[in-house]
Design a binder for this molecule. Sequence first.
Ligand code: HEC
Length: 202
Amino acid sequence: MSADFTKSVFILIITTIAVAAFSLLVWVVPNLMESDKLRAQSQAKPLTAIEVAGRDIYISEGCHVCHTQMVRPLDPEVKRNGRPNQESDDIYEFPNLWGSKRTGPDLTNLGRKYSDQWHAIHLINPRQVVPTSIMPAYPWLFEQALTGDEIEDKMEALRTLGVPYSDEDIANARLQVRGKSKGEALIRYLQSLGVDTSEGAY
Ligand code: HEC
């Protein structure tokens, strides 16, 4: 009897490499070749420095654990959340924040829905504007100021990944961020969501 991959480590390794190489070929390579086309189609705009700082707070506070940013092209979802996501929307998203669990509403097209003041009240105490809300309160975000010390490095890193920031954008980043509260930066980020890509869901 000849050895099959349940018996031979060598055959197991070779078949694993073959399957992984095939997946790479059909999933990854075509996307790499499409990336110029996606860029040309995309309406996405790079985040400003203060929005980048706000996005980092969104990540560090775990907002993406309860909120998705992924509208699927299904009727009820589009009625509730607005325009569905397209591949070209995410060319500047590192890492993507699609999320996987909806304890709270999807935030893809949130940008025009509420005023800055509503967001501030809601973040400090969600129950004040939505009495039955189970969202945690984040009052400290408005008590802690940003130094802006890392923002230039972060934008440099994003530029390396393909976000077209100019030297001037990066040079002015710290000034835009320094002294602002974390809450202010987070609200700037929330207000940017979907504004570049959708015609307005709300
Ligand atoms: C434990 C889960 C949970 C976490 C963590 C969470 N939220 Fe929520 N969020 C909710 C729920 C539930 C609602 C719906 C009730 C309400 O509006 O307060 C909501 C509502 C919202 C809304 C209003 C959306 C709309 O369309 O009306 C915004 C904006 C929001 N959250 C932002 C955030 C941000 C920013 C963070 C991180 C700082 C965050 N949430 C963290 C559960 C969560």
